[in-house]
Write a protein that binds this ligand. Structure first.
Ligand SMILES: Cc1cc2nc3c(=O)[nH]c(=O)nc-3n(C[C@H](O)[C@H](O)[C@H](O)COP(=O)(O)O)c2cc1C
Length: 315
């Protein structure tokens, strides 16, 4: 390989490609994450609001398909977080990725168990703060992404974060093939993270309705929920998500729902999309790059095709 993986982080994790499958609540199952790691990327199990037992079960499912390292993405706002960390440590997981919330209180403990900590950040300020707290890398995620998002684009965020910190920066948001990977490297990223591309993989366990919706989606087929109520998330346009946005505008005068109601809404609607394929009440979280994805592929092909195209362009 002429474009060397110079970053020790990836070497330590035994990765063949500098490509991470981003943790996705409900959608990032042990089987998907294990398959990505087995094929040479880094798979990450998305745990969302899951209880510790379910997290352990999915870690075991990942181990059924690989003996390579994989990660677990934790939801720091979950009320089960302490038990989830206990399971991660007991099971010898190698990487903890964090989405919402501040991982600082746990970094020292995780490092004492040789676990890399890689938070997802939407801004330069948070990247610098995380570096100061001692994380091993950051994922700079643009608002093109599926799921919960910040407000900057990948194109603007990544180079600014690269200039601001000395730890490896992994680019996420709107990357679906080797052109996106090469562009991210040109912006200074050391690796990339993809979510939506892996939803439409053979090993993805999301409902067929979800996979088909990603494959069929065009460039303008996502929208952002939560612009008014908070918790902005990018989802595919469905009758439900369009109504949600309309409803948000109407309900702006009413008091904001409490945390339990938001957890029920988010956790429940994503589960209904991923597990049940429910087009009426499910939230099909997916990114703007859905329009580029036109077929289901095995994860090994996604990794190989993406990296070989990137390498050609970078060379
Ligand atoms: C269905 C879905 C669920 C997601 N859930 C999470 C999550 O629980 N935690 C998190 O940090 N990121 C989550 N993400 C973001 C991904 O990890 C990843 O950063 C993002 O998908 C990258 O952008 P892309 O979709 O354009 O590839 C989710 C994304 C999707 C599509």
């Amino acid at each position: 390989m002429s474009f060397e993986l110079k970053k020790p982080l990836f070497e330590k994790l035994g990765m063949k490609y500098p490509i991470i499958q981003g943790g996705m609540a409900w959608a990032g199952t042990g089987h998907l994450a294990g398959s990505v790691s087995e094929a040479g990327g880094l798979g990450i199990i998305g745990t969302g609001y899951w209880k510790a037992d379910k997290v352990r079960e999915e870690i075991h499912r990942a181990r059924e398909v690989t003996d390579k390292p994989f990660g677990v993405n934790v939801m720091l706002l979950s009320r089960h977080i302490r038990e989830v960390f206990d399971v991660i440590i007991e099971e010898g997981v190698k990487v903890v990725a964090t989405g919402a919330g501040d991982p600082s209180p746990f970094i020292e403990e995780l490092h004492s168990h040789d676990i890399f900590v890689i938070p997802v950040i939407p801004s330069v300020g948070l990247a610098k703060m995380m570096e100061k707290k001692g994380v091993d890398a950051v994922v700079a995620e643009g608002m093109e992404s599926g799921g919960h998002i910040g407000s900057l684009t990948t194109m603007t965020l990544v180079p600014q974060v690269v200039d601001a910190v000395d730890i490896p920066v992994i680019a996420a948001g709107g990357i679906g093939d080797g052109r996106g990977v090469a562009a991210a490297f040109m912006l200074g990223a050391s690796g990339v993270q993809m979510g939506t591309r892996f939803l439409a993989s053979e090993e993805s366990e999301v409902h067929d309705n979800f996979k088909n919706a990603v494959v069929k989606a065009k460039d303008i087929d996502t929208l952002i929920t939560g612009e008014i109520m908070g918790n902005r998330a990018r989802v595919l346009k469905t009758k439900m998500s369009k109504n949600f946005v309309k409803q948000e505008r109407i309900e702006i005068q009413k008091p904001k729902p409490d945390d339990d109601a938001i957890e029920d809404l988010e956790n429940g609607s994503l589960r209904r999309a991923v597990v049940d394929g429910d087009k009426t009440t499910g939230a099909f979280m997916a990114g703007q790059i859905s329009g580029l994805i036109t077929e289901l592929k095995p994860v090994a092909d996604i990794l190989e095709d993406t990296w070989s195209q990137a390498e050609d362009l970078l060379n």
